[in-house]
Write a protein that binds this ligand. Structure first.
Ligand code: UT7
Length: 329
């Protein structure tokens, strides 16, 4: 008999309908060009949330679709893990709002903070809870309203990010399919390469904080870029080793979608040709914790992930944090 493992039973995404292209920025007073953004990042357009669209509403949309596809009713969920860097409010968690929206009355719910690696961290936590027998069924969501924390006066960051949510239902299964390996790391000595300096408990929001815009995202892009390539390459190796597989066994690599140059460097290091790499950063920008589950949902929909596909997932983000996972579908 096959040993039980935690398997993905359904996926979904919640994407706000408003699309902002690179060509829209000059009219918004942002000194940039389509050519600069495409050449440096590969991004062409991104979806941005509008009035009334929240981290909770996008997460709920994604979660509802994932549960329908998994054939799981809200009352069957044991836990909801919401990876996000953009909770709708700071107390309580946005996950409990999602729980209320879904009517998942039996579930525990909590937010997880690991920036762009958050959804893979959440999957690893959920897998641990399932395999230790604490729970049977989890909803793991990555959801972000990054447009609410970027500095729209800083052209070096505001053009990079998008809003959206992706979700999966993770269940105990005996099919031989599911999570084959997982790897997580952090390096807090590099926290200030990508952060929001003020506006938390140490320096709460004041008029001065708003004036100096220090509650918004600051990024040392070039430094982050170097660490991203190094960490994602290392993480890819670790997940393959953990699953006792080589790159030749991988049907699809889904890296965190921040920048096509980082994606290409990661794929090259892992020895995976670009025709086996999923790229949608051109259409979504960087959606942080939502990027990998959105990509998985699309890849299933368009046939890039099939029954039996072995998929390598690799993420990197603020913290710094990085993580990886091999999943058999
Ligand atoms: O989600 C995980 C975390 N984030 C990342 O992984 C992002 C990692 N970093 C990157 O992807 C890249 O570093 C960026 C795309 C953010 C920037 O690309 P870069 O090639 O590292 O450019 P740079 O920051 O070194 O800037 C080069 C030039 C500068 O001008 P000077 O000083 O050379 O005259 C910038 O002022 O490009 C200028 N610039 C822009 N020009 C037009 C910066 N932003 C823009 C812009 N449009 N939007």
């Amino acid at each position: 008999m096959k040993r039980p493992i935690a398997a993905i039973a359904g996926t979904g995404r919640g994407i706000p309908p408003t699309v902002v292209t690179n060509y829209d920025f000059p009219a918004m007073g942002i000194d940039t060009t389509h050519e600069w953004i495409v050449e440096r990042t590969g991004i062409v357009e991104r979806h941005l949330a509008r009035e009334g669209e929240t981290t909770c509403s996008m997460a709920t949309d994604a979660g509802r679709i994932a549960m329908e596809r998994a054939g799981v009713h809200p009352g069957e969920l044991d836990t909801i893990i919401l990876a996000t860097a953009t909770p709708d409010r700071l107390l309580p968690s946005t996950a409990v709002d999602v729980q209320a929206s879904l009517g998942a009355s039996r579930a525990s719910a909590f937010d997880l903070s690991a920036a762009c690696s958050g959804w893979l961290y959440g999957m690893t936590v959920a897998e641990g809870m399932i395999m230790s027998g604490v729970i049977e069924t989890a909803l793991v969501i990555g959801a972000e309203k990054l447009s609410s924390i970027v500095d729209w006066q800083d052209r070096s960051t505001c053009v990079l990010f998008g809003d959206g949510a992706g979700a999966v239902v993770l269940k105990r299964a005996k099919t031989g399919k599911g999570i084959l390996s997982a790897y997580m790391r952090s390096d807090g000595t590099l926290a200030e390469l990508l952060y929001r300096p003020e506006g938390g408990a140490t320096v709460p929001i004041t008029a001065d904080v708003l004036e100096r815009r220090s509650h918004l995202v600051k990024m040392a892009g070039r430094e982050v870029f170097k660490h991203a390539v190094r960490s994602m390459s290392d993480a890819a190796d670790r997940a393959l080793d953990g699953a006792r597989l080589t790159s030749a066994d991988i049907d699809l690599l889904i890296p965190h979608q921040a920048n096509t140059r980082i994606i290409e460097a990661t794929a090259k290091h892992a020895g995976i040709p670009m025709d086996k790499v999923y790229v949608n950063v051109d259409r979504y920008g960087n959606t942080s914790s939502a990027s990998i589950p959105i990509a998985i949902d699309e890849a299933i929909e368009n046939g890039r992930i099939k029954e039996g596909s072995t998929v390598l997932l690799v993420a990197f983000g603020a913290g710094l944090t990085w993580a990886s996972m091999v999943v058999r579908f």
